[in-house]
Design a protein around this ligand. Sequence first.
Ligand code: ZN
Ligand code: FE
Length: 254
Amino acid sequence: MFDVTRIPALKDNYIWLLRKGASAVVVDPGDAAPVLDVLQKESLTLSSILITHHHKDHQGGIDTLLAHWPSAKVFGPAQESITGMTTPLRGGERLHLVALGLDLQVMAVPGHTLGHLAYYGEGRLFCGDTLFGGGCGRLFEGAPLSMCESLARLAALPDDTRVYCAHEYTEANLRFALAVEPGNRALRRRADEVAVIRAKGLSTVPSTLAVEKATNPFLRCKEPEVVAAARARGIAENDPVAVFAALREWKNSF
Ligand code: ZN
Ligand code: FE
């Protein structure tokens, strides 16, 4: 089993450091400085960089990291422009990270961006800006249908999957979730817990898929209370994709 370390970066990003022995892999290094700090302090060698999508807060640190570890491999979405990419991926591949002895499943999860990837292995999901604690990414490039399908694919992973998303957005997301589903008791409990965790300056990530399925409105587009909330915002039918689109629109201006 590999270890995962959280490296806070930029305003509210998390860069995930996967390590075994002296070998390290980072996911979405939006900034190099905090990564270099940890790698140098702990004498780790960077063997690979995994990128979920092209936004700067996820790949801005690649340049500098490659300057320090020129032989590190860079994995990312084939249809996006990724600095120094050595292995373009489309989803559906299996990735074997030799240095960590780790097999990852590469999943195509378009929506936030068209090429967005998620990486899954050993019960851990690195999902970038697709699924967040209590929420999901904005639809910058994709359509509601593709994001719905992407979220459904993630939600189909085992319940105890740990969800390593790329931002600490949970508290604000749960405020929105409560506006959608005030009658959801698991959600109220989670919002209370998260408020305590954040007040202590601690992180709410990773969560689990079980928690997300019980409390994240974007995974609950068939639940009667969520459907009713979307209908109150003007949608005419109960179609889950229309419900999802209405929630996403609402959240943008919440
Ligand atoms: Zn993004
Ligand atoms: Fe981001």
